[in-house]
Design a protein around this ligand. Sequence first.
Ligand SMILES: Cc1cc2nc3c(=O)[nH]c(=O)nc-3n(C[C@H](O)[C@H](O)[C@H](O)COP(=O)(O)OP(=O)(O)OC[C@H]3O[C@@H](n4cnc5c(N)ncnc54)[C@H](O)[C@@H]3O)c2cc1C
Length: 213
Amino acid sequence: MLLAAKTDPDQGARGVSLLLVDTQTPGYSRGRRLEKLGMHAQDTSELFFTDVDVGPDALLGPAGSGFKTMMKELPQERLLLAIAAVAAMESAVQWTRDHVAQRQAFGAPLSDKQTIRHRLAECHTNTLVARSFLNDCLGRHLAGELDNATASAAKYWCSEMQFKVLDECLQLFGGYGYMREYPIARAWVDARVQRIYGGTTEIMKELVARSMF
Ligand SMILES: Cc1cc2nc3c(=O)[nH]c(=O)nc-3n(C[C@H](O)[C@H](O)[C@H](O)COP(=O)(O)OP(=O)(O)OC[C@H]3O[C@@H](n4cnc5c(N)ncnc54)[C@H](O)[C@@H]3O)c2cc1C
């Protein structure tokens, strides 16, 4: 595993190193598998390192350079999370469009109701705007020019919009939307963590703000 460890606690960020740790090393163990609200296809568990002894060969890059290396790669991770957000929105809008077009209520498809059509139009528009911003970020990334603040803006805005759009789509599914056999239900619970992991929305906003002052 790739592990970020404090190799010199007195040095703050400059005391973090990246270590490649063989999980067969004595002292390494996995704890319980944590019960998450969503993302059930992905296991997340406690990890313990009891007197795990690694030599200098385990170092990835120079000692103390771990934080800097991670900071360099974080825009790509944030971009990946924005991609997942937009993909989820695009799927949700499609599923919901299909559902309201076939679901009959009061003798007509739900899609005949203007309030339903307009809410879905908003979801679609929000998704188009997110996709446009994402495509711009992808272009910057391919050119090696995606900066930290723009990646942070994409991560927080797309994941916040993902949750908003998915919540609205789930509402348009009515009771079906609360049933786990419907993909919208799973997409909705999986969306919640997007605003937390990979850097919370609050921290992303702080990074954007820092670039402005
Ligand atoms: C399913 C899952 C998978 C994960 N996978 C990984 C992984 O693979 N690798 C990894 O390294 N981490 C992973 N994480 C950890 C994740 O990145 C952190 O949980 C996340 O960054 C938030 O940190 P925290 O939990 O310590 O929250 P805290 O720091 O305790 O924050 C709690 C709240 O306070 C807010 N807050 C904190 N500081 C500030 C501030 N300065 N200003 C304003 N608000 C603030 C936060 O935004 C949040 O709302 C994962 C988490 C989850 C749930």
